[in-house]
Write a protein that binds this ligand. Sequence first.
Ligand code: ZN
Length: 219
Amino acid sequence: MVYQHRYLDGSPLTLPVGKVVCIGRNYLDHIRELNNVLPETPILFMKPATALVSLDEPIRLPAGRGECHHEVELAVLVGRELRNADAETARAAVAGYGIALDLTLRDLQNQLKKNGHPWETAKAFDGACPLSPFLKPDALPDPQATDVALQVNGEWRQQGNTRLMMMGVFALMAYISTHFTLQPGDVVLTGTPAGVGPLQSGAALLLRLADHDFNARLA
Ligand code: ZN
């Protein structure tokens, strides 16, 4: 099915489907678990619109490309154009909050990193960003103090809170907008807490954003 942004309450959302801009390392505990160096400036990368799929659909992993890891992340839907914006302006431009998986072909990414190559094929493949419906901005009382968690087959794998981000949600959006214009319908992924790991076909997932739970499953 063709992906379209939608609100959780079923009310219409007419924004187009744009790019997804992501930050590579934004939670200290996740940086430590991958033995990565603390970045001096945020590491940004993108997924194209073709990476977006609804969480309602079975998640399909690319075959024969090694381990595919889950990274559960707060997703922010951009409602207004942002270019060289400040954090305040970025906050006012938010059209909704959701929860996403930044699916990552980890073996491939490690190989690319080792060779000093870009990560696109490990991060930007078709279906690499399963995404929930969006809460309206006022439905998330404090985006900077929100639980973000993932269960795989009934077991908690990732349990984070957005207060543990090194660069906050709106500062991140502002920073991104100094490199890439954010357009209405774009999505920002805000980084993953610790606990990333490989996914297997048939797995049942539960993604938690504040007190909202979303079920998903792997094909
Ligand atoms: Zn990520």
